[in-house]
Write a protein of this length. Structure first.
Lengths: 152, 424
């Protein structure tokens, strides 16, 4: 199966040949080195690993396929590829093995710019809860009546 | 192939890792403040790499990463190691993209509120990022706070639900100064306030004055309102000292400095009279004194005529030591327990925590009418995971127990001070 990069809810900024990718859904950002950036930008569901390796040319020498697989593994872990389920898990396992062999970090997670939660009490975007259950009551003006009932 | 810097300080989740007080060299926060003030002193030039790494941690922890990057850029790198520069640049870019995304979502929300006929005053981070700081990414924020008139709360809530925002609560927790947070996947949480202050400091007169003195401002490309500089400063001080008991990131202290710098016309006498009217003098004094400790040359003495008490000064010293030592707060419940006067009060707090009134639980959208016990158990599990996790984190990563204990004692004293239980 040819890999597809995630583009929905993702913002990018190119800097010094690298790519910073911000994932709105998970409120995370990653720095992609030039190789990973090229792989991610060309994962269109049409190109195979061999095609991507060819595209990288000398950047991925001597073993282009291994480099592409490593990049795909790291992109997958960073949640920057479409897909999931059993197929991804199998691929992930394979990719992890490849990453251990190559020993070069291609995708680096970036520290969040917001203050630590313990200090600020701030939140971050993430999975939203489902909509409210049932009818929404009006806004009470006083405190809720406490009948003094204890839960059994 | 370009090998990137080893992610020694990067947490697997991308979040700022907990600062290990014992791991880094002493003085990370003072050094950070040095850099933020644009200092080019010799100690900055000769700082060892370990100190720079500690500064990165401190900057991340205090939300100062983008500002630090900006200051270092202005100083031509400030002799920072290349790895540090790259990581700070990344944090800056992260903040920039995050702010861009937040801005787009906020524009939609503000337009929807305007269409629903709801007047809005944008509070805190969202307003400061756009109207006070030089660029939105320099003022990262965790949520968006909007103030609407009390009689328009329901319309505001309907507009947000219409936009796909959800709230974990099906109703309002009464007695609170804002509606429960609205969340939507991929967006910053939104808090709709009817008063910017905790309700004990709210009065109809103060609210009316706040609305009548509000200024037009453009936020996310939409014309909205912002608090007058005097009310803004008052609000920020109260938020820092009362709502957060001064346990705030440096970013919030920098907000005060930024407001003072952005509005030179700020009427200091008016701020002083606002604090007298509201009885919030000690909170404003403490916040300003703390800001002056952090950024001495950038904030003037703002309150003429009022003199902080010895207790206020002692509290500021205590909090400042915690800042410098980088100690962490204990979970809020433990602090409140330690501060409670007597066993009876402590038992009452524990009971209220473990077994809140059913009416309060019923407000939660996950409340199960048929099996209310399950809701209690679910709540305990939620709180246990959160509080337990923080406790484990505290003892595992935040330095020796003695430091935690000292921090806890400080917190108790500040808690009592905030409640007005201490005398000079």
């Amino acid at each position: 199966m040819s890999p597809v990069s995630r583009r929905d809810g993702v913002l990018t900024h190119e800097v010094d040949g690298e790519l910073v990718v911000y994932d709105q859904e998970n409120d995370t950002a990653h720095r992609l080195n030039p190789v990973a950036a090229k792989v991610w930008q060309n994962c269109d569901g049409q190109r195979s690993v061999a095609d991507l390796a060819e595209l990288l040319g000398s950047d991925a020498a001597p073993d282009g396929a291994a480099v592409v697989k490593q990049a795909l593994g790291e992109l997958d872990r960073a949640n920057l590829l479409e897909g999931g389920g059993a197929a991804t898990l199998t691929r992930r396992t394979a990719m992890r093995r490849m990453a251990q062999v190559a020993g070069v970090v291609m995708v680096t997670s970036i520290v969040a710019p917001t203050p630590a939660a313990a200090l600020s009490g701030g939140g971050n975007p993430g999975k939203a809860p489902k909509g409210p259950k049932g009818p929404t009551p009006g806004i009470p003006k006083g405190p809720p009546p406490n009948k003094g009932k204890k839960p059994k | 192939m370009t090998a990137v810097a080893a992610p020694s300080m990067v947490h697997p989740t991308g979040r700022a890792p907990a600062m290990r007080a014992s791991a880094g060299p002493a003085g990370a926060v003072p050094f950070l403040l040095h850099l933020l003030r644009g200092s080019t002193a010799r100690e900055v030039e000769s700082a060892p790499p370990a100190l720079w790494r500690a500064v990165e941690h401190a900057a991340a922890r205090h939300g100062m990463g983008p500002l630090l990057h900006q200051r270092l850029q202005a100083a031509g790198g400030g002799n920072a190691p290349p790895d540090t520069r790259v990581r700070l640049r990344d944090v800056h870019l992260h903040s920039k993209l995050r702010a861009e995304a937040a801005r787009a979502r906020l524009a939609t929300v503000l337009q929807a509120l305007r269409a629903a006929g709801v007047p809005v005053i944008v509070l805190k981070g969202a307003m400061l990022a756009e109207a006070v700081y030089a660029a939105p990414e320099l003022r990262p924020m965790g949520d968006i706070d909007l103030l609407v008139p009390p009689d328009r709360l329901e319309a505001a809530r309907a507009a947000l639900l219409e936009l796909g925002y959800g709230s974990p609560y099906a109703a309002v927790i009464s007695g609170h100064h804002h509606l429960p947070r609205f969340r939507r996947t991929g967006s910053l949480p939104i808090e709709i306030h009817w008063t910017p202050f905790p309700i004990e400091f709210t009065s109809d007169t103060r609210l009316e004055e706040m609305w009548s003195t509000a200024r037009p401002v453009t936020v996310a490309g939409v014309e909205v309102l912002a608090l007058s500089p005097e009310h803004l400063l008052h609000h920020l001080c109260l938020h820092a000292a009362y709502s957060h008991r001064l346990w705030i990131p440096l970013l919030h202290l920098h907000d005060l400095v930024a407001v003072a710098g952005r509005y030179p016309e700020l009427d200091r006498k008016r701020v002083a009279s606002l604090t007298r009217e509201a009885g919030t003098g000690r909170f404003v004094h403490a916040s300003l004194m703390l800001a002056r400790r952090a950024f001495p040359s950038r904030i003037p003495d703002l309150l003429p005529g009022d003199v902080p008490t010895a207790t206020d000064r002692a509290v500021v010293e205590l909090v400042w030591s915690s800042f410098v030592e980088e100690s962490d707060p204990l979970p809020r419940l433990l602090t409140r327990l330690a501060a409670a006067p007597g066993l009876g009060e402590r038992l009452r707090l524990i009971r209220a925590y473990l077994l809140p009134p059913r009416q309060r639980l019923e407000l939660h959208r996950d409340f199960d009418d048929r099996h209310p016990y399950r809701s209690y158990l679910m709540r305990l599990r939620r709180h246990g995971r959160r509080g337990g996790g923080r406790l484990v984190d505290l003892f595992r990563t935040r330095g020796p127990l003695r430091r935690a204990w000292r921090s806890a004692r400080s917190r108790v004293l500040v808690e009592r001070w905030a409640r007005g239980e201490t005398q000079s």
